[in-house]
Design a protein around this ligand. Structure first.
Ligand code: NAD
Length: 308
């Protein structure tokens, strides 16, 4: 296989100014160009894209600029003989720092002071309200790039880090690793439960009413994975019934989160608009992955992050 053109689908604009990615790849041998909806593809074409279009099946290789490729019809790519790669491996620092930001905000009550600031109000917390992360247990569900990024940072702040991993094998900075069938045991003592799994058949609805019943009533749920990993109605009920203390949510069933969602109005729910991985250097991380795989293709080697 020989790549002659790298077509950057206009959807990359959802994650970065596309011209920055063009410039970052401009020294490669293949032509690099921005293409619009309606562009056709053929042999020798690679496509770099945020989302899927059926026309991509005619290209040799498609690179998804997200870690989660749940919106791509993987089986059809396989049948078409089109390589599909994703962008896992690059979000450990960005999402890791965002999650620690959520944790610090909730524990040190920073969101409450910011809320009060809007009303020019000098709000002091009740005596028991604030706590420190040091010594608190965090359970990280999914110990890949995101999960390890969170675990490393939580451990650095002195948290008691446990996690859930399919293999159950140990991971640096995680004191106990549970398997998915031990999910309840893993989350029952945690002050924070952080979801960092891909959206799959197994993970859809993995946090629902039974899990909220299992969690501590002073626990917080953090979802930086995908919306459907959590049953939203069960989450809203758990928050209304004070079965958990709050949440930090970056991913939702429907995005943007509809204006009439009840999730907007809880004092102890932090809503961020699917930006936990945001950084002004994203084009450089994506360019490095694309560059590495162009070299692999030219050398006839296995692609990094190959999905099919
Ligand atoms: P990754 O592939 O490096 O890690 C995912 C881990 O989850 C793997 O170790 C996998 O074995 C594990 N896993 C899968 N099913 C599991 C289960 N049932 N129980 C426990 N563990 C399970 O991927 P990543 O880069 O860490 O990203 C993870 C997901 O996070 C992505 O698929 C994407 O949906 C989401 N994500 C969101 C953002 C954001 O901006 N909010 C950014 C990057 C990734």
């Amino acid at each position: 296989m020989h790549i002659e053109r790298i077509a950057l689908d206009e959807s990359v604009g959802k994650a970065m100014p596309p011209q920055l990615l063009v410039d970052a790849l401009s020294d490669l041998d293949p032509t690099v160009e921005l293409v619009e909806d309606g562009e056709q593809f053929g042999p020798g074409d690679a496509v770099v894209s945020f989302g899927h279009r059926d026309a991509f099946f005619d290209a040799d290789w498609v690179h998804c600029i997200r870690a989660g490729y749940d919106e791509f019809p993987v089986g059809v790519y396989d049948e078409a003989g089109t390589f599909l790669t994703n962008s896992t491996g690059i979000h450990g620092t960005t999402v890791g720092e965002t999650v620690l930001g959520y944790l610090l905000t909730l524990a040190r009550r920073l969101h409450t002071y910011r809320d009060a600031q809007h009303d020019h109000r000098w709000r002091r917390p009740s005596y028991e309200e604030s706590f420190t992360l040091r010594g608190e247990r965090i359970c990280v569900v999914g110990l890949g790039t995101l999960g390890q990024g969170v675990a490393d940072r939580a451990a650095a702040l002195g948290m008691d880090v446990v996690g859930v991993r399919r293999s159950g094998e140990s991971v640096p900075n995680v004191s106990t690793v549970y398997t998915p069938d031990q999910l309840h045991e893993a989350i029952e003592d945690a002050r924070f439960v952080v979801l960092a799994v891909p959206l799959t058949r197994e993970t859809t609805g993995m946090i629902a009413a039974p899990e909220f019943e299992t969690m501590r009533d002073d626990a917080y749920l953090v979802n930086v994975a995908r919306g459907p990993v959590v049953e939203t109605d069960a989450l809203v009920s758990a928050l209304e019934d004070e079965a958990i203390a709050g949440a930090a949510l970056d991913a939702f069933d429907e995005e943007p989160l509809p204006e009439d969602s009840p999730l907007w109005d809880f004092d102890d729910v932090l809503i961020t608009p699917h930006v936990s991985a945001a950084t002004g250097a994203y084009h450089e991380d994506i360019a490095a992955l694309v560059r590495e795989n162009v070299a692999h293709i030219e050398a006839g080697e296995t692609l990094r992050n190959r999905v099919v």
